[in-house]
Design a protein around this ligand. Structure first.
Ligand SMILES: Cc1ncc(COP(=O)(O)O)c(C=O)c1O
Length: 373
């Protein structure tokens, strides 16, 4: 039995919507993007959403919109995708990693406090695997030290903790619609914020710093535009938004299915000795983005290879990024800097997990994993 690591869930409604968009004349940022932004803002219960090309772009523009750059430090986790840290470096600022909680893999607020210096401007917590960080604790640290919070919510569109959702306590939350995310347009991203000024600045920066976007310039009479800032080209287009819109309409239904599948998986996997998994806290509603298990690090790589030879797609989310060559060479990080992130990074296996995955396929993955171990 071959089991893919991921299958998207794009069906007839998404295809019809894309065809409708293609039958129109306006393919770049226009009415579909505006509709998506409004609907996502409604879903997140937040005032402003801006559609972008990726979460990497979202993180980058969020930092720029908060005036973070050369000479500044931004505290984040090493247990993340590299984009969290590269976005910081694109602004000229320095990523400062701190260790995670061993039971969840989420950034540990106590370690943040110790890492604050006079150069620290912001914190980027990562809501890993779908579970939100302790935003109440982070908000209190940020308020005490006058820091901004940019949430990396690439995994956490549907998540909630202490009745708080992404973007509600942080200054900005960044989302991804990359190919394997809970809703996807292949590539895509967005920011959500309560702050109108920040949203407008990001809207400006997503399109070269131009005072008018294509839709303003070409719908109706031509008007001159000005350029008031040196921006980027990070605008979500109508085609991306048309794929996302029907998925967003079904997001609660999809989450219910993820919840059922995740808990079925967990029940089966708990029968395998020698495995551990990240804990989901009681006060937390996970977005259930990834299904990861932690195996003994001595044989993690062997288990990965064996799963592949049995036709099961796997990944590692993530190996601790401070140990990647670039970060070691640039910042002098070595082993034992962040023992919990390293331990998790060395023992993680991400198993197939998506709505099209059948219970029998879950049973098969668990059976094979048990045999291998
Ligand atoms: C935690 C995290 N942050 C940021 C990103 C970057 O997202 P994108 O590919 O949309 O730029 C990803 C992508 O997988 C991610 O997992």
């Amino acid at each position: 039995m071959k089991i893919e690591f991921y299958k998207h869930n794009i069906g007839k409604e998404e295809k019809d919507k894309v065809l409708e968009c293609l039958d129109g004349i306006f393919l770049t940022t226009g009415s579909y993007v505006a509709e998506f932004e409004n609907k996502l803002a409604q879903y997140l219960n937040i005032e402003h959403v801006v559609g972008l090309t990726s979460c990497t772009a979202a993180l980058h523009l969020s930092l720029l919109a908060l005036n973070i750059g050369e000479g500044d430090e931004v505290i984040t986790t090493p247990l993340t995708f590299i984009a969290t840290a590269t976005a910081i470096m694109h602004t000229g600022a320095r990523p400062v990693f701190v260790d995670v909680e061993p039971e969840t893999g989420l950034i540990n607020p106590d370690n943040i406090k110790k890492a604050i210096t006079k150069y620290t401007k912001a914190i980027i917590p990562v809501h890993l695997y779908g579970q939100m960080c302790d935003m109440k604790a982070l908000k209190s640290i940020a308020q005490n030290s006058n820091l901004k919070i940019i949430e990396d919510a690439a995994h956490c569109l549907e998540g909630e903790r202490d009745n708080i959702r992404p973007g509600q306590l942080g200054d900005i939350a960044c989302f991804s619609f990359y190919a394997t995310k809970n809703i996807t347009s292949g590539e895509g991203g967005a920011i959500a914020t309560k702050n109108e000024e920040i949203a407008s600045r990001i809207r400006l920066l997503r399109q070269h710093g131009m005072t008018k976007e294509a839709a303003d310039r070409y719908s109706g009479n031509y008007q001159h535009w000005d350029m008031i800032e040196c921006g980027w080209k990070y605008n979500m287009d109508n085609i991306q938004a048309s794929i996302l819109l029907p998925q967003l309409d079904k997001i609660d239904f999809y989450w219910q299915k993820r919840d059922e599948l995740f808990n079925y998986y967990l029940k089966q996997i708990q029968r395998v000795d020698g495995l551990q998994y990240p804990i989901i806290k009681n006060n937390s509603k996970s977005a259930y983005h990834l299904f990861t298990v932690w195996v003994n690090k001595k044989y993690r790589d062997m288990v990965l290879k064996k799963l592949n030879t049995y036709g099961i797609g796997v990944a590692v989310n993530y190996r601790a990024i401070h140990l990647l060559r670039f970060f070691k060479e640039k910042f002098g990080y070595t082993r034992n800097y962040f023992p919990h992130a390293e331990e998790i990074g060395d023992s993680t296996i991400t198993l197939p997990f998506y709505l099209k995955l059948q219970n029998e396929e879950v049973d098969h993955v668990v059976k094979v994993l048990k045999e291998i171990i």
